[in-house]
Design a binder for this molecule. Structure first.
Ligand code: ATP
Ligand code: MG
Length: 262
């Protein structure tokens, strides 16, 4: 299968005072593939996503589809197709699932109010984007439900659908499996595979090794902000540096779950 690079970082570095959260990280995410980013707690995974989304200041280079976006503001990166989820989901509980998606679909369009008066097709396009995103994650039947009525697994899928409805074709997912039981995690894995099969690109940050090693084509391992290994699941499983990084952090399997606020 031929592939092209959707996202590449070169020497990406983020410092918070004396802490180097991301340290000269150079990695690639290939178009139309599922790429895993793993690493112990505090390894810099969320900060990496924040830096690529433009939400924290970084040094180094970031390219999207070969074009430099290093100096782009966050909204421009979103318009360029970078969609992301948050560890704490950030769904609006007062609104239906469909409305949660419409908020994202509408917000990526400039002057939507003015344009809607001139061109009602714009609203229809947002509705279609929301519908297609829900279909892609298998939640069409829950469009009218409110997030609190949904299982955690389904709320995670709504947050992914929202990133898709917002125009994301490169999805940066921050721990979508946190707090899920094994059945929900399997369903998530199958959904991620179908999302990628539809032509989108996914970078999956998670502590669920079964999920990441099971579904990802390529995996990058971060430790103390540095990329310490990159390869297939088989290569990562047998990499002595990776084994050592994880043995030094017995806590990696789920301590993040208590961070889950949704
Ligand atoms: N806003 C901030 N200010 C100061 N330090 C921060 C900030 N955000 C993150 N850090 C520090 O940067 C490092 C990387 O944190 P980050 O949240 O990116 O790790 P992570 O790999 O996502 O961890 P986890 O698996 O627990 O989610 C940690 O040492 C963390 O304490
Ligand atoms: Mg994190």
């Amino acid at each position: 299968m031929t592939s092209s690079v959707a996202l590449a970082t070169e020497d990406l570095t983020v410092r918070f005072g004396g802490v180097t959260a991301v340290d000269s990280a150079s990695l690639t995410v290939e178009h139309g593939r599922l790429t895993g980013i793993i690493g112990p707690n505090g390894a810099g995974k969320t900060t990496f996503i924040d830096a690529v989304s433009g939400l924290v200041k970084s040094t180094g280079e970031i390219t999207l589809g070969g074009a430099s976006i290093t100096r782009w503001a966050p909204h421009r990166r979103a318009q360029g197709g970078i969609g992301r989820t948050f560890q704490s989901l950030e769904l609006f509980d007062e609104f239906t699932v469909q409305e949660n998606l419409l908020i994202a679909a509408e917000s990526t369009r400039r002057w939507s109010f003015v344009r809607d008066m001139i061109d009602p097709r714009a609203t229809r396009r947002a509705l279609e984007a929301a519908e297609q995103a829900l279909e892609l994650v298998g939640l069409t039947s829950l469009a009218s439900a409110h997030p609190p009525e949904l299982s955690l697994g389904d709320r995670k899928l709504v947050s992914i659908a929202r990133a898709i409805a917002g125009g994301g074709d490169l999805l940066l997912l921050d721990e979508p499996a946190a707090g899920l039981n094994s059945e929900e995690s399997l369903k998530l894995g199958a959904t991620l595979k179908s999302i990628v099969a539809s032509g989108l690109t996914v970078a999956l940050v998670d502590h669920d090794m079964g999920l990441v090693l099971g579904v990802c084509d390529t995996i990058h391992v971060l430790q103390f902000g540095k990329v310490i290994a990159s390869g297939t699941a088989e290569q990562i499983r047998n990499d002595p540096t990776v084994i050592e990084a994880y043995l030094g952090d017995q806590d990696h399997t789920g301590s993040d779950r208590d961070k889950e606020t949704a």
